[in-house]
Design a protein around this ligand. Structure first.
Ligand SMILES: [Fe+2]
Length: 747
């Protein structure tokens, strides 16, 4: 049987086509079989050319659809695939506002456990979430980009799982250029990759694989060549770039290439020619056409800028007053998401520049470029989610911990919350430190710990880190185990959680239980059954370490209050110290308002709008910003097909409701997303009734005429948030919920 030496791997994914490539040890013809499920690969695509380098274009596919597949030849049948690992998903239609997940690695080509660790960190973060797109930012195979180096740095014992599931798009690095020439498109890099030259995935045809563009959902991607010969203002890439950018009306523009325009890592953008060229020649073009995000590598660090514009000189010329459109953190849950106009490209409306060059090797440098919000010497990779008018980027370390994050939103809607910290560091914990074996009951959520002492983390003894002291026992008989418990509140639906991680500061060993079930333990506790007298191996508390809890934790999570219980073990009964502190971070799509109501969500996850605030339903974030003293208008629309006029009521909540506020509606209508006063006076200090034409409970009176308008009240503290939701009569005499919309009063 022929052996598959490389791949299969996927290239140029579009809504209706994909390229499948692989290498065999002996020449054969090529057959790709695809179908809707394993064992049902009912369509076959063949190429009779006898070769070891197989490349098959699969066409005629349905957009946004999973296809299982196999590869092989006409003599031997399937050589690989027809199993759950060999599956790809076609792109959604161009322009659609579906959520898109990208994984981005840069300078990953070390071919060692550093690169594998970064790979595994992303896999732990992603869990079951499908990766739609995968970008490599160049220097994919060190040191010279040879075929054998590509084998060990990309194809073998490295990225096989991702290669067979997600199309890979690459840009050309200087180490790739040791074995290839982008001017002639010859050499290993151009043999390894199949990239679009004729606009087959969208954009203006470039005529070369060295630089190209493509569309995915509502994103326009531009790949530039910064490593080839004669890169500069007279390069043919310049007029192509201008024509390409002028042709796109996509919501987002993401550009990527190898040499960073801004860095103070293992390279210096003030002194190195190619970096200066990319900044002075290409950044002005990109920003004049409204680029949103620039991704580069080369410098073996992570650096991430504020929202900048028109900074084309050396770093000393950066003027934060004129070149920073937003100098804040961009962190959404601090209320600092970057806000751009739009939708669609707007010239010079702000760019975030990211250096992501530590996916295989972490270097350092002065790390003091003045545009940067975050500069790290730490192995990792970038994950990006784009959905409708919101872009979220995170930097993940090799443990799957989130080291940086920011959000950009466009068009005046507020962001969907994605990353939250339900349990911060230095939270309040109860602890039991009396050298008593509590068995296993103490782990359970219903255990009564009201008699325990409490204090804020870090807790322990014998360490300068400690804020709350626990007992060290008597001399030579330190308690082998000390118990800790705390609670945290999860707002929104547990089903919205995609990632959950414990950040732990510990000495010497710990096991953590979520609502009674083990979800994490330190390596220092081994893998066996642990009792009160079990000792850990030595582990000093030098910093917080990330333990990804998903997927095991997801079925355990409760909406509302959860219990985290932790046992901390000593390495010996004469140990001189103990430390415990832990925090939790969750990531997902937290709408807070809960589902709109059964049957009232579009296939894109947005509410069917019956309630508009200042003309909008707030999109997926279900939030709208309004200035101080700006009139606020509520419009209640007729449900589709409804006999006019529809009866309705609108209720308001001061603030953003949480899971604790879910309650059952009267009239047997199910759960409303926040407390409200229906057909009566205000029932809670924070809720109020804006309009009610239902009259007595259960009785419908003639509708108030929509739109219902009011001017925002005077004297309420700034900033504040209203949340509105209503009941509306639907066709056939039923009653349904309107969508809920948050209204933020902002300066
Ligand atoms: Fe490089």
């Amino acid at each position: 049987m022929p052996q598959v030496l490389r791949g299969p791997y996927l290239q140029i994914g579009t809504p209706t086509s994909i390229v499948v490539r692989w290498r065999t040890d002996v020449p054969t013809d090529s057959v790709v079989t695809i179908g809707p499920s394993v064992g049902n690969l009912n369509t076959s695509i063949s190429d009779g050319t006898v070769t070891t380098e197989h490349e098959v274009l699969v066409q005629g596919l349905i957009p946004e659809t999973f296809y299982f597949y196999g590869i092989g030849d006409s003599v031997h049948g399937t050589l690989a695939g027809n199993d759950p690992d060999h599956v790809f998903k076609t792109a959604p239609p161009v322009g659609s506002k579906r959520r898109t997940r990208l994984w981005v690695i840069g300078d990953s080509g070390s071919g060692n456990n550093n690169a594998r660790g970064v790979r595994d960190g992303y896999a732990a973060f992603a869990g079951a979430t499908h990766t739609d797109l995968w970008l490599m930012l160049g220097d994919n195979a060190y040191p010279n980009g040879t075929d054998s180096q590509y084998q060990t740095a990309v194809f073998q014992n490295m990225y096989e799982t991702m290669l067979r599931r997600t199309a890979l798009w690459s840009t050309f690095g200087n180490h790739d250029a040791h074995s290839a020439n982008s001017a002639t498109q010859t050499g290993v890099y151009f043999d390894v990759f199949t990239l679009p030259t004729s606009g087959q995935a969208g954009g203006i045809p470039s005529g070369t694989e060295a630089y190209y563009s493509f569309d995915w959902a509502n994103i326009h991607f531009v790949c530039l060549d910064s490593a080839g010969p004669a890169i500069g203002p007279n390069h043919p890439m310049v007029p192509w770039l201008q024509a390409d950018l002028a042709s796109t009306t996509q919501d987002w523009i993401i550009a990527f290439w190898h040499h960073p325009p801004y860095t103070k890592g293992t390279h210096d953008s003030d002194t190195e020619t190619r970096l200066i060229t990319m900044r002075t020649v290409f950044m002005p073009i990109l920003e004049s056409f409204g680029v949103d995000l620039v991704l580069t590598g080369h410098s073996h660090v992570y650096e991430r800028s504020m929202l900048i514009d028109s900074h084309y000189g050396p770093s000393s010329t950066f003027d934060i007053n004129t070149m920073a459109l937003d100098s804040g953190s961009g962190i959404s849950n601090l209320g600092e998401a970057y806000r751009k106009s739009g939708p669609g490209p707007v010239p010079h409306d702000g760019t975030v520049a990211v250096v992501n060059g530590a996916s295989g090797t972490a270097g350092s440098g002065s790390l003091n470029h003045p545009i940067m919000i975050r500069s790290l010497s730490k192995l990792g990779s970038v994950v990006i989610d784009v959905e409708d008018q919101q872009l979220d980027l995170k930097y993940l370390d090799r443990d799957g911990g989130i080291q940086d994050l920011f959000t950009i939103v466009k068009g005046g809607v507020s962001p969907v919350v994605t990353t939250r910290i339900p349990l911060p560091t230095a939270a309040n914990w109860s602890f039991e430190d009396t050298n008593t074996d509590l068995g296993t009951a103490w782990r359970q959520p219903g255990f009564d710990d009201s008699g325990w002492n409490t204090g804020n983390g870090p807790l322990g003894f014998g360490s300068s880190l400690v804020q709350t002291t626990v007992s060290s026992g008597s001399s030579g008989s330190v308690p082998p185990t000390t118990y800790f418990r705390t609670t945290f509140v999860l707002d929104g639906q547990p089903s919205e959680v995609e990632y959950m991680a414990l950040s732990a500061l510990y000495d010497d060993g710990f096991i953590a239980y979520l609502n009674g079930q083990e979800v994490a333990r330190s390596d220092s506790m081994g893998t066996g059954t642990v009792g009160f007298n079990t000792l850990a191996t030595n582990h000093g508390a030098t910093g917080y370490e990330t333990f990804v809890l998903t997927p095991a934790a997801l079925p355990l999570l409760q909406q509302g209050t959860n219990v985290l219980a932790v046992e901390v073990h000593q390495r010996s009964l004469s140990s001189s110290d103990l430390v415990w502190d832990g925090s939790l971070v969750v990531d997902g799509r937290f709408h807070f308002l809960g589902p709109c109501a059964a049957g009232t969500v579009t296939s894109n996850g947005e509410p069917f709008s019956t309630l508009l605030v200042n003309g909008t339903d707030g999109g997926l974030g279900r939030s709208v910003d309004v200035g101080i003293n700006q009139p606020v208008t509520l419009d209640v629309l007729q449900p589709p097909g409804n006999p006019a006029p529809a009866h309705f009521s609108i209720s308001g909540f001061l603030g953003t409701p949480t899971a604790a506020h879910v309650f059952t509606l009267p009239l047997g209508l199910g759960d409303l997303c926040f407390p409200t006063a229906l057909a009566g006076p205000v029932v809670a200090p924070l809720s109020f009734l804006l309009a009610d034409n239902f009259g007595n409970p259960g009785a419908l009176l003639p509708s108030t005429t929509a739109p219902y308008s009011f001017t925002n009240p005077v004297g309420l503290p700034f900033p504040f948030t209203f949340t509105f939701q209503g009941l509306i009569e639907t066709g056939g005499g039923g009653i349904g919920l309107t969508n809920a919309v948050r209204l933020h009063i902002v300066p």
